[in-house]
Write a protein that binds this ligand. Structure first.
Ligand code: R5P
Length: 295
């Protein structure tokens, strides 16, 4: 097995390789003045299982294109099996046609990966597992989803949130957060988020919970504008909760998101290293390495 980090995941790819007791093999890449991508792979890939590790944020289109170039080139060089690890998979939120005529972006990106010869795609905390299950039969390549939520919970337990209440800020991740709440041990609830499909605006239904003085961990897959988290944090703090940790797998904060979270009263912001961020970080390198051993 050869571990090749893509330009977007050099550090994580190296960490995964080290967990497997290997040295990663880096590629050459550059961006031409007009914005096009260039990649060059090592040539000794014949009959090898090649693991490409490339996250797809920020700049999802560039990073997806680099990954497609890497996969197709590995195929051309005779790789026996190509495993694409997308620590964060962009476009996975558009996993349904919410409005007529919309591009089913998630499915299209999966199609592209398959078209360039990927045999296995590995995603960490896909936005909606049910949607992935529906799309799987359409694809010949195997698609695997690994959750980082239990690694995050373990970290929080060891870092000031043992026995904390667990909250899902919307119904989408209710089941997995309910499962992780059993590990956290402090109870579970979820809020409801309603999105206007035309304007994109969301509103949150905050339930009344008995939280006086209790610490709470909000688990979500993504922090982007920080809107979802900050509304949930406010809802909790207004009910007299104790410390609140805003926890996500994928940190994709846009400008202003951090202030929004801090102003809402986030005591901690924790993410994984699927995407590099300024937040407290839990590495998924071990999780991915353990999974790769099972292939
Ligand atoms: C959406 O359903 C996701 O699970 C996240 O809640 C969402 O992407 C977070 O985005 P934002 O930080 O912009 O509210």
């Amino acid at each position: 097995m050869i571990i090749i980090p893509g330009p977007a995941s050099n550090a994580l790819g190296e960490a995964i390789a080290h967990k497997l007791g290997q040295e990663p093999v880096f590629i050459r890449n550059k961006i031409f003045p007009d914005g096009e991508n260039y990649v060059q792979l090592p040539t000794e890939l014949k009959d090898k299982t090649v693991v490409l590790i490339q996250t797809t944020a920020p700049e999802p289109d560039r990073k997806i294109m680099q990954l497609l170039f890497m996969a197709r080139t590995a195929k051309d060089l005779g790789a026996k099996r190509i495993v694409a690890v997308l620590p964060y998979m962009a476009y996975a939120r558009q996993d349904k046609r919410f409005l007529e005529g919309e591009a089913l972006s998630f499915d299209i990106v999966l199609d592209l990966l398959e078209a360039v010869g990927v045999d296995d795609t590995v995603i960490i905390d896909v936005h909606c597992e049910d949607a992935l299950e529906e799309l799987k039969p359409k694809h010949k390549m195997r698609i695997h989803n690994i959750t980082a939520i239990f690694a995050l919970a373990e970290y929080l337990q060891k870092n000031g949130y043992a026995g904390a209440y667990s909250l899902s800020p919307d119904i989408g991740r209710k089941e997995i957060v309910e499962r992780v709440s059993k590990v956290m041990g402090g109870g579970f609830a979820f809020f409801e988020k309603v999105r206007d499909r035309y304007t994109g605006k969301t509103t949150m239904v905050v339930k009344n919970l008995d939280l006086k003085g209790k610490n709470v961990v909000i688990f979500d897959d993504i922090i982007s504008s920080g809107g979802t988290m900050s509304r949930a944090i406010r809802g909790l703090k207004e009910q007299g909760s104790g410390r609140v940790a805003a926890v996500c797998t994928h940190a994709l904060p846009v400008a202003g998101a951090n202030e929004k979270l801090r102003n809402a009263g986030a005591d901690r912001i924790v993410a994984t290293d699927t995407v590099e961020s300024v937040y407290e970080t839990v590495s998924i390198a071990g999780l991915v390495a353990d999974f790769l051993k099972t292939l």
